[in-house]
Each structure stands twice: as C-alpha cells, then as structure tokens.
Design a protein around this ligand. Structure first.
Ligand code: BDR
Ligand code: CA
Length: 313
C-alpha cells in the first residue's frame, strides 16, 4: 500500500513537535505533503518558526512549512505559554531556523493541495485550533468532498476541560472554527483529552527516548522534560500527556485506540461553557453521529511505536 498523504496543521507546542517527528519518521506509512501553522499555543510567528526547527531537527528541510492564520475567526487569540513556555517549545536549546517559510498562505496551500490531488486521497491532521481548516472549507467549499478525513486533537467528554472547566484548549481558542468543521460533513476522528490523558510521558518512557542517544532522541526528551512539569503539578499525573502524537499514532496503528461514533456539537454561545465539545457518548439524543470520538488507548503500545519510529531519525 502506498503512503497515506497528509497535511499537518499545527501550533507547536512540544507535543505538536513530537507528532511532526513521528510523522517524519514514518515515510512508508505517511507522505507529509506540508505543514501549515496556526496561532494557538503561542502566536503565529513562533509556531511557524518552531515547525521549521522541528523539521530541521529531523533533517527534513524538504517538507514545506507555511504560515497560516494569525488569529481565530471571530475572537482574540488566547495562548498557552503557561504550559509550553515563552517560545512554545521550551526545553531544548533552540536555534534560528535556516529553512525559510514556504511562499504563500497556509490556507491556500490546503485548498490547492486538495484540489490538485484525487478526491479522498489527502487527510488533514489538526493539532491546534481549527482556524486554518475552517477558513479553507469556507473559502473553497468544493474541497469538502475531497478531504479523505480530518484527524484532530481536540475536545473532551469525560475529562471536560483543560483551559476552562468546560473546554479543551484547541476548541476553546476558536470555537466557531471547530463548529464549522464538525458541521462540514467531512469524516472526523477526534483524539480528546479522554484518551490523551492516558498517554503519559512518564520518566521511564522519556528515558527510553533519551537513551536512543540521537539528536532527535535528546531533542524530544528535553522537550518532554519541560512539558511534563505543568501536568504533573496540575493533575498529579506521572508525566505530560502526549496529546497531539495520538493523531499520528492513530494513522499508523489504529488498533492501539478505541472509541465510538457519536454526535459532537460545539458550544459557541455560553460564556460559562464556551468551546465545550458536547459529545453524545451515551446516545441519549437522536442527533446524527458526525465523528469517531476516541476514548481509550494502549499507552505502552503507543510509546513502543513512538520510540521505535524516533530511532529512525
Ligand atoms: C492541546 O492544546 C495544546 O496545548 C496542545 O498542543 C494540544 O494540541 C491540548 O489541549
Ligand atoms: Ca497543539
């Protein structure tokens, strides 16, 4: 089988960075056509710089990295330096990337790529707020039936929220964008906090990555050393949750995950619960399922896969 074509839309972020590395380490499975950056964890200038640093760390400067939307569709940007540090990628010593941004806007790249490939052959992997994706779908609705699938990190049902008591960060930052994506009719697979909070970068798992003793192994371990602090303090967990890499791991080994096809609606009006992903997990409405909502993962299997793949870079 040929490699599945993907675009990664992202706001790196240490966990975004690990997701990009996992994709770059898996060329026989995933053909990464490009990376589009969005404002989220930190402003766009930093996310689009960080994505290039990650590609350079992996020696993959051939992958085009585009800057996309600098702000959510209808709201001011909310960032998460308190989780990711001032750079968004705190941990390792960072450098000024030599690789330039690709010419053009990330949203145009998404539209052009979907139009120039056979329908149903390009998937969108979204690791940040959904601004770029919603902008692409509304500017060029002809691409909607051409998207193979959107695999997203976002939302929560049982875990409810991480940026507010009711909402997960990626959805909360741009709830209008999320709403339009869930209503678009594109097949969506969701990696909510319910599953990502089970995929913890514990000390032994981080040490196994460091022990690869490669540039990427050290770079990843140093990012995870920083990233774990916040969640360990907040949740008392044994390590930071590797949210975004779940998206890529799902494409590589879906058997590591399980979930349900459910209806997911996004709260865009209430101040109290803005950005909540109202998932009908228990099937108590007759609203039509619009997403595969993942709930569980084989965390050991995930880290075995991640460590084996990172060893290749
Ligand atoms: C999501 O928000 C960001 O902080 C992470 O990169 C992840 O995409 C988790 O809520
Ligand atoms: Ca992210």
């Amino acid at each position: 089988m040929s490699a599945r074509k993907i675009i990664i839309d992202t706001d790196p972020g240490q966990d975004d960075a690990v997701a990009i590395l996992l994709a770059l380490a898996s060329p026989e499975d995933l053909d990464l056509l490009g990376v589009t950056c969005v404002a989220g964890n930190v402003p766009l200038e930093l996310t689009s710089k960080n994505a290039r640093i990650v590609c350079e760390a992996a020696g993959r400067t051939d992958v085009p990295v585009y800057a996309g939307s600098a702000a959510p569709l209808a709201r001011p940007l909310i960032t998460a330096e308190h989780v990711h540090g001032q750079t968004g990628l705190d941990g390792p010593d960072l450098w000024e990337p030599a690789m330039p941004l690709a010419d053009g806007h990330g949203v145009d790249f998404i539209i052009d790529t979907l139009r120039s490939h056979e329908p149903g052959t390009v998937s969108l992997c979204t690791l940040g707020p959904l601004t770029n994706i919603a902008a692409a779908l509304s500017t060029a609705p002809d691409i909607i039936p051409r998207v193979q699938e959107i695999v997203m990190m976002g939302g929560a049902y049982f875990e409810v929220g991480n940026i507010t008591p009711a909402a997960e960060f990626n959805i909360y930052v741009d709830p209008e964008a999320a709403e339009s994506v869930f209503k678009s009719g594109v097949p969506v697979t969701v990696m909510p906090l319910d599953v990502t909070h089970k995929v913890l970068a514990t000390k032994p798992r981080v040490e196994a990555i460091r022990a690869l003793d490669t540039r990427v192994g050290h770079f990843t371990a140093e990012m995870l050393d920083f990233f774990e602090r916040f969640d360990v303090e907040k949740y008392g967990s044994e390590g930071g949750p590797l949210h975004d890499p779940c998206v890529i791991a799902w494409l590589l080994k879906p058997e590591l995950f399980s979930g349900r096809h459910v209806n997911v609606e996004i709260e865009t009006a209430s101040e109290l619960t803005l950005g909540m992903t109202v998932a009908d997990w228990w099937g108590v409405t007759n609203r039509k399922p619009n997403a595969l909502f993942i709930g569980d993962a084989d965390a050991d299997g995930f880290f075995t896969l991640l460590t084996e793949r990172l060893a290749r870079l």
